[in-house]
Design a protein around this ligand. Structure first.
Ligand code: KG4
Ligand code: ZN
Length: 367
């Protein structure tokens, strides 16, 4: 179908410069430039380094995506960009680039939420999202259970982490084990060789009086660190694969248990899992087993679409266009703490079509 919206999406909330192009639910291009190697020696993302890398990668990555998709910039129906949450300086580069392209091309601009994008990306893999969508969102900065009756306008948090995010726990445990940064993929790799039942690590907030949908991973992280320190003090070798597997088992056990509980309590027959940690092989296999047992349909995008990318932003942007949501205006801010309840940032004046946008902006800023 050619009447589906053709949208380019820009993602710069952390260390990935992502540019994706989609037509409706079809992925046409997914170009990503990562500065992860530049952060590795610091053991975490350095905001200033990330911003500079975005600045250098932005235009070439946009050009690569357009080439990959085989479309002309003039054919686009809109430009979507992550407006937040994320690192302020990093977001700013993407927002400024999106404004420049939208302005120059006379296209509407859609500032969208990074977290809603992590959910919406699954439309590129499994077609239209069910309504409501039950989503487990697990990334480096967030871990939440979300119920979304409409991913473009209505996202409701059921619970979230009260301390560390799931991805953060992976990163910290990797550091304790001396496995480098980012921790998720390398812990995942080691865990495949280990015994998940070797060490019984604590499952946070799973007691009878604990909040049902909230998560806590800080106690688990501390338990792993203590266990490893103790072994080292005793002069014994640390069984890295067993620690990784046992830690990973504790995280995925809690995540899947609570997500399935949320589906059952809310009468939802499917579960969507998104965010960087959704790339985890054990989370994927455990969720598949447990969802099958519970009669719940599981939707998890392929790993490359789980970690940060531009296609997810384009996917949500295309949905905004398809549903006639208001475009953003030229005042669109980069909002490092944009709440998950705001899937997009419409302009104060409401809907703004491309022509008016260009016209108004031209009058406002060129004379
Ligand atoms: O969504 P994402 O790419 O960026 C944020 O929005 O935060 O998520 C990044 C997080 C990191 O903490 C990384 O360690 C984790 O996702 N991650 C994984 C895996 N791949 C990435 N965690 C566990 N297993 C993986 N295979
Ligand atoms: Zn993310």
């Amino acid at each position: 179908m050619t009447d589906e919206p053709l949208v380019l999406g820009i993602e710069t909330s952390c260390d990935e410069t992502g540019v994706g192009i989609v037509r409706g639910h079809t992925l046409l291009a997914d170009a990503v430039a990562s500065s992860v190697d530049e952060h590795a020696r610091f053991g975490g993302v350095v905001p200033e380094v990330a911003s500079r890398a975005h600045l250098e990668a932005m235009v070439p990555t946009i050009q690569r995506a357009l080439k990959e998709a085989g479309v002309a910039a003039s054919d686009l129906d809109g430009i979507a960009v992550t407006a937040g949450p994320g690192l302020a300086g990093a977001l700013l580069v993407g927002v400024a680039a999106a404004k420049a392209y939208a302005y120059a091309l006379g296209k509407p601009l859609y500032g969208v939420n990074h977290l809603a994008s992590h959910i919406c990306v699954d439309q590129l893999e499994h077609g239209a999202l069910p309504e409501p969508t039950m989503a487990l969102l697990v990334s480096g900065g967030h871990s939440s259970l979300l119920l979304a009756p409409d991913i473009t306008s209505d996202v409701r948090p059921l619970g979230s982490t009260i301390d560390d995010a799931a991805g953060e726990a992976f990163d910290k445990v990797a550091r304790v084990l001396g496995l480098g940064f980012p921790g998720g993929p390398v812990v995942d790799r080691y865990a495949r060789e280990g015994d998940p039942a070797a060490i019984r690590f604590p499952r946070g907030l799973t007691g009878p009086r604990d909040p049902v949908y909230d998560f806590s991973f800080s106690g688990l992280k501390t338990a792993v660190a203590r266990w490893v320190e103790e072994r080292r003090r005793e002069g014994k070798e640390v069984p890295v694969a067993d620690v990784a597997a046992s830690f990973q088992e504790a995280v995925t056990d809690v995540l899947t248990r609570k997500a399935i509980r949320a589906c059952k309590d809310n009468g939802v027959d499917h579960l969507m899992i998104g965010g960087g940690v959704a790339a985890n092989s054990r989370l994927r296999s455990m969720a598949a087993e447990r969802c099958a047992d519970a009669g719940i349909r599981l939707r998890v995008p392929r790993p490359k679409l789980c970690t940060d990318n531009g296609a997810m932003v384009a996917a949500l942007g295309a949905e905004m266009v398809a549903r006639g949501r208001a475009a953003s205006d030229w005042e669109l801010p980069a909002d490092s703490s944009l709440p998950v309840t705001e899937p997009h940032v419409p302009g104060a004046g409401g809907a703004l079509d491309a022509h008016t946008a260009l016209h108004t902006a031209g009058h406002g800023h060129t004379h």
